[in-house]
Every structure is written in structure tokens, then in C-alpha cells.
Design a protein around this ligand. Structure first.
Ligand SMILES: NC(=O)c1ccc[n+]([C@@H]2O[C@H](COP(=O)([O-])OP(=O)(O)OC[C@H]3O[C@@H](n4cnc5c(N)ncnc54)[C@H](O)[C@@H]3O)[C@@H](O)[C@H]2O)c1
Length: 253
């Protein structure tokens, strides 16, 4: 099956596109033919992803937004619509880690919930309105294995990611009849800026990864998540709706 043109003519809206999982997914959407709205708080990294897509012959625009702010989420969706006229596939992925050291530092807690959960809700509010008018679309939200278990992740991060899983199921029930297919991905440990600290203490970490990812004995790569997002966004997954898919090398076995 030739996947290269699977998304030709479609518009993808990818948040957190400046780094890690979001960047890899934006690049893969573009490689498979989509026009990509790359949304990120960090203007330089956002435009770097846009440049990489254009250099490879794809079409993309950068939208700088702080997705913890409802008005920025609305503006980002409007901006994509103004430039490209539609949103076929949304990937709500931008996120930050919580604080292990200060679990009840309320400023940190509010920040984590604002980016990791409320940002997804604010974006979905406007994406759903667009997709209802269009007659359909797909939305993938990035949760985490911390959205499925209390064993990993900081307190606020775990709460936010459980929220994303619940939100995804509830929204799938409500908006499925409008032709909007909604799912979540739950990455395990993936090698990105977010987990860079894990590169230290290699031997000790190898033992942990062996336990976390029995299939590989090492962390996953952003491409492992991007491939799953593209599949879930495609018509090949047309009967998959409302799931929270672990992509974790077996951690949640
Ligand atoms: N890396 C992992 O091991 C892992 C595991 C499970 C879940 N996740 C989730 O995957 C998603 C992507 O993480 P990653 O590992 O690629 O991290 P990353 O740090 O490499 O990328 C996150 C991106 O989100 C952007 N961002 C942060 N706050 C923002 C805001 N307020 N508005 C707009 N953009 C903002 C950052 O600028 C950055 O470009 C996150 O939701 C994260 O919780 C990651």
C-alpha cells in the first residue's frame, strides 16, 4: 500500500510541533501529503519545523500560541482556517511535565493542568465547531501512560493526563454522530527534550527501560508515536473511535 499520498489535500493542525513527538508528526503528515499548521509556544522551534517541511517540498505555516490561554487556542484555529480553509486532522499534543519535587506547588499545578488538559479542551472546542460545519474530521489527543496508571508521572501531570483520556472518550461519544472521530495516544517513555534527563546514568536506566519496555529494552522514539497518530487519523482506522492507545513497548502489560 502506497502511503505517500494518503493525506494529499488534507489540512492537519499539530500542536507542540516545535519539538519531539509533535515535530515528528508534523513532518510525517507533510511527507504523506498534508498541509500542516504547526502550532507551538516557541516561535523559533515552530518555524524550524515549518522550514524543514518546506525544504522537503511540503506546505506548512507556523502559528505561535500559548495554548494554556483560551484566546490563543481560538486564534490558532482561526488562523489555520484563514490560511487553509479547513481542518481535517487535529493532533492536540503540546504538553509540559509536572513537578515531582513540589507536588502541591499550586502555581506549577495550575500551569500543568492549563497546558496539558485545559489547552486540549480549548482547542477541541473550536476544532469541533469547524469539523461539524465541514461534516467530519479526526482529533487525536496526546495523553500518556500516566493517563492510564497512577504509577508514573507527577501528581498534576497524572491528573491532567487522566483528564485527557476521560475527555477523549466523552467527546467521542458526543461528537461521533457528527462524523468526528476522536482518539488518544498514550506514549510510554519516548526520547525527546522532555525526557532528556533520562540519558544520564545509562546502566541504571537500562534496567528501568527493560522493565518499562520489555519488547525493546530502551525508550521509544518520536516516530513510534507519529506513525500511530497518522494511522489513527487515516481512513484505515475508520472504525477506531474513543480509544486511548498505549504506545509504550509493553509497559502497560
Ligand atoms: N516524551 C515522553 O516520554 C512522553 C510520554 C508520554 C506523553 N508525552 C506527551 O507527549 C506530548 C509531547 O511531548 P514531547 O515529549 O514531544 O515534549 P517536547 O518537550 O519535546 O515538546 C513539547 C512541545 O510543546 C510545546 N509547548 C509547551 N507548552 C506549550 C504551550 N503552553 N502552548 C503551546 N505549545 C507548548 C513546547 O514548546 C514543545 O515544542 C506531551 O503532551 C507529553 O506530555 C511524552
Amino acid at each position: 500500500m502506497d502511503l505517500n499520498n494518503e493525506f494529499t489535500g488534507a489540512v492537519a493542525f499539530v500542536t507542540g510541533a516545535g519539538s519531539g513527538i509533535g515535530r515528528e508528526t508534523a513532518l510525517l503528515f507533510a511527507k504523506r501529503g498534508a498541509i500542516v499548521a504547526c502550532v507551538d509556544l516557541d516561535a523559533d522551534r515552530c518555524m524550524d519545523t515549518v522550514a524543514a517541511i518546506r525544504e522537503a517540498g511540503g506546505e506548512a505555516a507556523g502559528i505561535v500560541a500559548d495554548l494554556s490561554r483560551p484566546e490563543d487556542c481560538e486564534r490558532a484555529v482561526d488562523d489555520c482556517l484563514n490560511q487553509f480553509g479547513r481542518i481535517d486532522h487535529a493532533f492536540n499534543n503540546a504538553g509540559i511535565t509536572g513537578s515531582h519535587e513540589e507536588p502541591f506547588d499550586l502555581i506549577r499545578v495550575e500551569q500543568t493542568i492549563a497546558v496539558d488538559l485545559l489547552g486540549v479542551i480549548y482547542c477541541m472546542k473550536h476544532q469541533v465547531a469547524v469539523m461539524e460545519k465541514q461534516g467530519g474530521g479526526t482529533i487525536i489527543n496526546t495523553a500518556s501512560i500516566a493517563g492510564l496508571s497512577g504509577n508514573v508521572g507527577a501528581l498534576d501531570y497524572t491528573a491532567a493526563k487522566h483528564g485527557v483520556v476521560g475527555l477523549t472518550g466523552s467527546a467521542a461519544r458526543k461528537y461521533g454522530p457528527s462524523g468526528i472521530r476522536i482518539n488518544a495516544v498514550c506514549p510510554g517513555i519516548i526520547r525527546t527534550a522532555m525526557t532528556r534527563a533520562l540519558d544520564r546514568d545509562a546502566d541504571e536506566l537500562r534496567a528501568i527501560f527493560n522493565r518499562l519496555s520489555p519488547i525493546t529494552g530502551k525508550p521509544g522514539e518520536p516516530a513510534d508515536i507519529a506513525e500511530a497518530v497518522l494511522f489513527l487519523s487515516s481512513s484505515r482506522a475508520k472504525f477506531i473511535h474513543g480509544v486511548a492507545l498505549p504506545i509504550d513497548g509493553g509497559f502497560t502489560i
